[in-house]
Design a protein around this ligand. Structure first.
Ligand SMILES: [Zn+2]
Length: 170
């Protein structure tokens, strides 16, 4: 296990990818807005819907066929630091417990149920395998941490409750 402080600050050259496992507590989503985007079925790039018309996919078709994919920024922490993890489709589905098309329907039909589902993501302690890469954007270097997988069963409560003495035992 590597703590977040080390993941955030370890020496790394541009283009290099490093892999870590880390045990963290999920604090919530890092931003408001949709937890998904539209992916072009042909070129696998993002599709933007403007006035009901799908545009700007790389293959530059008008109204390309597209499907919904999860994509979220997750705020996590451990005792050493906080960090933002990028989480893609399959791993988000594991966190939320349902496919993106189901969640989209719930958001459209019952916003309270939807909010409950979002709140439920938080305060879980989990083990993530992540890959870490330094990227450049507008002359700034930033560290990008992407979740590769979530360890099965890692949301079990890890803290051990203090043993309670039953009255009968006294
Ligand atoms: Zn396309």
């Amino acid at each position: 296990m590597t703590n977040l402080q080390n993941i955030n600050t370890s020496e790394q050259s541009l283009g290099e990818v490093k892999y870590y496992s880390t045990r963290v507590v999920i604090k919530g989503l890092n931003e408001e807005g949709n937890l998904w985007y539209n992916l072009c079925n042909t070129c696998k790039s993002k599709v933007f819907i403007i006035n009901g018309i799908a545009k700007y996919s790389k293959c530059s078709k008008d109204n390309p066929e597209y499907s919904l994919r999860y994509l979220i920024k997750l705020r996590v922490e451990d005792i050493s630091a906080i960090a933002i993890f990028t989480v893609f489709d399959n791993e988000v589905e594991k966190l939320i417990g349902m496919p993106v098309t189901n969640l989209e329907k719930i958001k459209a039909s019952n916003i309270e149920d939807y909010n409950d589902i979002i709140i439920n993501i938080s305060d879980k302690k989990m083990i993530f395998s992540v890959n870490v890469q330094d990227k450049q954007y507008e002359n700034q270097t930033f560290r990008s941490i992407t979740v590769q997988s979530i360890k099965e069963g890692s949301d079990e409560v890890i803290e051990i409750e203090p043993k309670r003495i039953k009255l009968e035992e006294l």
